[in-house]
Design a protein around this ligand. Structure first.
Ligand SMILES: [Zn+2]
Length: 406
């Protein structure tokens, strides 16, 4: 029975690609947004917050939740129902599952798996790989790197110039001098010697935007992530700016482009069970997708936007004991963040636990959970992403939509 089902699923995919192809052109511009750890309920919490902010009970849709195509994807890895971000990233980038902790290396520990970013680049498109996390962190790394251990950041970082993609961006590079700072050459120097211009922040990018290949980071000396959306300092690099910068660089290629953009800090805040952080990272992710949506409106027949997650983080639920879900406390934190250091406020005035208690939010884990994740799509061949799918199907469908051989 299972075999028949799998056979039918593949046949249906091919059939859909062919029948769509009759009416729709190949996608020339593809945006692949991955909300790290963003399950259905992270999105619902953000939408409920927006509704409550204007005094209404309900859920105000985000930009991407209004996309016409909705599906869901499995998230399990080759080693567990609960995946980590490198195994999930490998599934979403290569179309193959691997074991937790491994990055684009097959479960046999030797076979190298290549992300669709390479296939698309080889087909002549420009490619961008971006995140709010370090560029050599699991999810972005799964689009260019290969390593038996996701934590070998120095080795993974060295693959950035080898990949040769036109645009990379993120908070920074993790372990730029190696794990114990014992390397003699910085990853930043290796990337620069590989032909990349390094821009520190968006203003610096604007001055350097005509360079052939660019690595855009918050700062070479920063703590390697883009600052959290809640209480973010003026001038800090945002995912919206990263997407805007990526479009500037990538659309120079008349053939088209593929851009992966990760909202990486949704996962980081959810690991901490930080409700306010999770809501504002999800809203920030939506703002970046709105930049792509504006591009789609300018090129509606040639653009595809896919939004998904690699897994759910935190096992978050709207409700714990009773029927009193209430996000008033989030507004208090947001208002405080305008004038005080939000981290200090969270330490002194409220706590992660008291916020969850007041809002009546439940979390089941400080790790990931194993359920399916949402998939939204709009644009040319968006219909391919409707319904239930395995996470490994998504990169195959992106290639099908672009007319690139998988
Ligand atoms: Zn995580």
């Amino acid at each position: 029975m299972k075999k028949i089902f799998n056979g039918m699923a593949v046949a249906a995919l091919l059939c859909m690609a062919v029948s769509c192809g009759r009416q729709e052109k190949d996608a020339k511009y593809v945006f692949y947004f991955i909300g790290d750890g963003m399950g259905f309920t992270h999105v619902a919490a953000a939408e409920a917050y927006l509704a409550q902010e204007r005094g209404v009970i309900g859920m105000d849709p985000l930009c991407f939740t209004q996309f016409p195509v909705l599906g869901e994807a499995t998230s399990f890895s080759a080693s567990n129902i609960i995946t980590d971000s490198s195994a999930a990233g490998t599934a979403l980038s290569t179309g193959e599952k691997t074991k937790n902790g491994m990055l684009c290396i097959a479960p046999d520990s030797t076979t190298v798996l290549n992300s669709i970013a390479y296939k698309i680049h080889d087909a002549g498109y420009s490619v961008g790989v971006t995140s709010t996390t370090p560029v050599n962190h699991a999810t972005p790394a799964s689009f260019f790197g290969h390593n038996i251990k996701r934590g070998n950041y120095y080795a993974i970082g060295q693959e950035i110039p080898q990949a040769g993609f036109e645009f990379f961006a993120g908070g920074g590079l993790l372990h730029p001098m190696g794990k114990d700072s014992c390397e003699t050459k910085s990853l930043y120097d290796i990337v620069a010697e590989g032909g990349y211009t390094i821009a520190n922040g968006y203003a610096d990018f604007q001055a350097k935007k005509d360079a052939d290949k660019i690595l855009l980071v918050q700062s070479e000396g920063s703590d390697q992530i883009c600052p959290y959306a809640l209480g973010r300092p003026e001038g800090a690099l945002t995912l919206s700016q990263i997407v805007t910068a990526a479009i500037t660089v990538l659309e120079r290629n008349p053939k088209g482009f593929f851009l992966m953009a990760e909202g990486g800090l949704i996962d980081w805040t959810a690991h901490s069970q930080d409700l306010a952080g999770t809501i504002f990272e999800t809203l920030d992710f939506d703002e970046a997708i709105a930049v792509a949506y504006a591009f789609y409106q300018r090129h509606p027949k040639e653009t595809l936007i896919v939004v998904t997650a690699d897994h759910e983080t935190g096992g978050i639920a709207l409700g714990r004991k009773g029927y009193n879900y209430d996000l008033t406390v989030i507004d208090k934190i947001k208002n405080a963040s305008a004038t005080t250091d939000v981290e200090q406020y969270m330490n002194d005035q409220v706590s992660i636990d008291s916020v969850n208690e007041e809002a009546r939010i439940g979390w089941t884990t400080t790790s990931h959970s194993g359920g399916p994740v949402p998939v939204w799509a709009i644009g040319t061949h968006a219909q391919l992403f409707a319904g239930r799918q395995d996470n490994t199907d998504i990169p195959k469908k992106i290639c099908a939509a672009m007319g690139v051989k998988f």
